[in-house]
Design a protein. Structure first.
Length: 362
């Protein structure tokens, strides 16, 4: 961070004087500007010059309680932030972390202006910029926007992933990562994707959950690409002896927006598949309830058979609480329908024995 110098969401300060009203207002400007600006978490780093050289501050130079007092008195509404200290080259720096706000826009009291970051500098926001911030807050309060919207796209996926891992850990699952190799349906190019998974028990059945995360809406094209990833990628894992066939394998697709239901039904409403909507923003597509695996025609191409690999489309993923609620719904539904999990294991083993590949032994 220090090597990249000042930028949109990073501001270096040699020291942070807070004795006079003018100095307190300057701090409020910097604080509110970071909270009002797109791009994820902002950082005020004290004890570093403009070139990124560590100067250091005294341990007693900055008090978090003092900063919070100024924040409450000078920012309307107050800004949410955390204060941490770090020792670098035997010198201490103070890092003030400011997430993009859900309660903004934040105004500096006494001036009546709103501030944002423009590149490495703090500037007054225009009327149109303030209007967009107000509209964004209204959309969040009405549930039209996600709490994750405070972060940039890359950081948003990472935060969603961390929140998901926190929930599955509470469920007693053990997480991991696996590389999935697949080819798309257009260029035939080989692609790779690192995918998170978690192993645990659901309804007494050993289960592996794979997690895929998507920003905004999943349209027809993105959905088709995801099917190639799941189906061809899973077969590639199977052929590389990376699938434990004693576990039921399921894919959970988290979408911050909505998922096109039409293509899901188009690709999944044929035996042995089914599509179930068991909560307004939760869709299950895959091996159906009551399916007798022995009745499935395994003379079909293996790629067509993998259409029955179970996947949950978890829509409108907006917060950590929302993820916890929807994962609980998935777990409870699978626990009540554990026959599906047992059928999945039988189905996977049958796929592994279809030509041109022989049985895999685990």
């Amino acid at each position: 961070m220090l090597r990249r110098r000042e930028r949109l969401k990073v501001d270096f300060k040699i020291y942070l004087p807070l004795s006079t009203n003018e100095q307190k207002i300057e701090f409020a400007k910097d604080l509110s500007a970071m909270a009002n600006t797109l791009g994820g978490i902002g950082y005020l780093i004290v004890g570093v010059d403009d070139r990124g050289k560590v100067i250091g501050v005294r341990p007693d130079h900055i008090s978090e309680a003092r900063l919070q007092q100024i924040n409450a008195a000078r920012c309307d509404p107050p800004v949410n932030f955390d204060v941490n200290s770090l020792d670098l080259t035997s010198k201490r720096v103070v890092i003030i972390e400011i997430p993009r706000s859900l309660t903004g826009p934040h105004q500096v009291i006494g001036i009546g202006a709103f501030y944002i970051r423009r590149g490495p500098t703090t500037d007054v926001a225009s009327t149109s910029e303030v209007t967009r911030m107000i509209l964004r807050r209204i959309e969040i309060e009405r549930g039209k926007r996600s709490e994750y919207d405070r972060y940039g796209p890359g950081a948003r996926v990472e935060i969603m992933r961390k929140d998901t891992f926190a929930v599955v850990r509470q469920m007693g699952f053990k997480r991991g990562w696996i590389k999935i190799v697949y080819s798309d349906g257009y260029s035939g190019l080989t692609r790779e994707r690192k995918v998170a998974f978690a192993d645990g028990l659901i309804g007494g059945v050993r289960t592996r959950l794979y997690f895929l995360f998507f920003i905004r809406r999943m349209n027809r094209q993105r959905l088709r690409d995801t099917y190639y990833l799941i189906e061809k990628g899973w077969l590639n894992l199977l052929d590389r002896h990376r699938i434990n066939l004693t576990k039921a394998h399921l894919f959970l697709l988290f979408a911050e927006g909505t998922v096109s239901k039409g293509p899901i039904e188009e690709w999944s409403l044929r035996e042995p598949c089914t599509v179930s909507v068991f909560e307004p923003s939760l869709i299950y597509a895959g091996l159906g309830k009551g399916i007798r695996v022995n009745d499935v025609d395994f003379e079909e191409h293996r790629y067509d058979l993998t259409r029955a690999l179970p996947r949950f489309f978890i829509q409108k993923t907006k917060s950590a609480d929302n993820i916890e609620l929807k994962l609980a719904c998935v777990r409870d539904w699978l626990t009540e329908n554990d026959d599906i999990l047992r059928s999945i294991i039988k189905f996977q083993k049958a796929i592994s024995r279809t030509p041109p590949f022989g049985p895999h032994i685990y």
